[in-house]
Design a protein around this ligand. Structure first.
Ligand code: MF3
Ligand code: CO
Length: 267
């Protein structure tokens, strides 16, 4: 069932989104070579707790998951695409890092992700390739956001996201996409990262969606799950990026609820 949010509810979701963005921004600032992923997770936990919010991901357990999610953030490095568990791995020069985080504030959720490069890779071609991948993932998200206008259809958003990724020759994580969000992190509708314009649900003010392109360098859509039951890695071993925003459809157009603070030079 698709639930439209009231103006007051969207106001609360703005707060949840702001806290989520602040956590991501702090993690990005702390992500230097030699820092462990569990240390970055603690940074996210601190920001969320200090804001009087709850970590949305911690303890999350979809029906198909083997165990409750053990982190505050998902941190996925290089060939890991999404749902990487922040463990004792220390960041290395040139790592491509995707951080996904969520907060719940007074019962309302925010969900967002950023991708960035840490330090310099010994092979400059790797860094150049990662920069292009991240830029295209951001462009795919921006196209999806721009398409999330009242009166448009879900297929327009899905198509806008997928077109950008496919045109650049990247792969798109078979079956994975975004979702409705509100009191729950994952609500209807599922938002595919590829679709046909003019098809599907008509977007109305009050619909809030998490849009999240995941692009794979090697062009495959295939992925594997780690033995931890969470981390998803590209099947071809190439690197992936994942960028996400929580976006409200308003009568004035799309509004991004998880915009990162400008001080960190983020978008
Ligand atoms: N943004 C991710 C998603 O929608 C959040 C996953 S949280 C986890 O899939 F707890 F399931 F890892
Ligand atoms: Co999400």
């Amino acid at each position: 069932m698709i639930e439209l949010k009231t103006t007051d509810e969207i106001e609360l979701m703005r707060h949840a989104g702001e806290i989520t963005a602040a956590a991501l921004s702090a993690v990005r600032s702390a992500a230097h070579v030699g820092v462990r992923l569990d240390e970055l997770d603690a940074v996210a936990a601190g920001v969320i707790a200090d804001a009087g919010a709850e970590a949305l991901f911690l303890g999350y357990r979809p029906r198909t998951a083997p165990s409750p999610y053990p982190g505050v953030a998902c941190i996925s490095v290089n060939d890991a695409v999404v749902h990487g568990i922040p463990g004792r791995y220390s960041l290395e020069p040139g790592d491509l890092v995707s951080v996904d985080c969520g907060a719940r504030y007074r019962g309302w959720s925010g969900d967002a992700a950023v991708s960035f490069i840490v330090g310099e890779h010994p092979d400059p071609r790797v860094t150049r390739s990662d920069q292009a991948l991240i830029a295209t993932t951001q462009a795919a998200l921006d196209a999806g956001i721009a398409a999330a206008r009242p009166g448009a259809r879900l297929g327009d958003v899905a198509h806008a996201i997928g077109e950008v990724g496919r045109a650049a020759g990247y792969g798109l994580m078979e079956g994975h996409g975004g979702h409705g969000i509100g009191r729950e992190m994952h609500e209807d509708p599922h938002v595919p990262n590829e679709g046909r314009p003019g098809r599907g649900l008509r977007l109305r003010p009050g619909l809030v969606l998490a849009l999240e392109p995941m692009l794979i360098t090697g062009g495959t859509d295939a992925y594997d799950e780690d033995p931890d039951g969470w981390t998803l890695r590209t099947a071809d071993g190439t690197r992936a990026a994942h960028i996400e925003h929580t976006v409200a459809v308003t009568e004035h157009g799309p509004e991004v609820l998880t915009r990162l603070p400008a001080a960190q030079g983020a978008r």
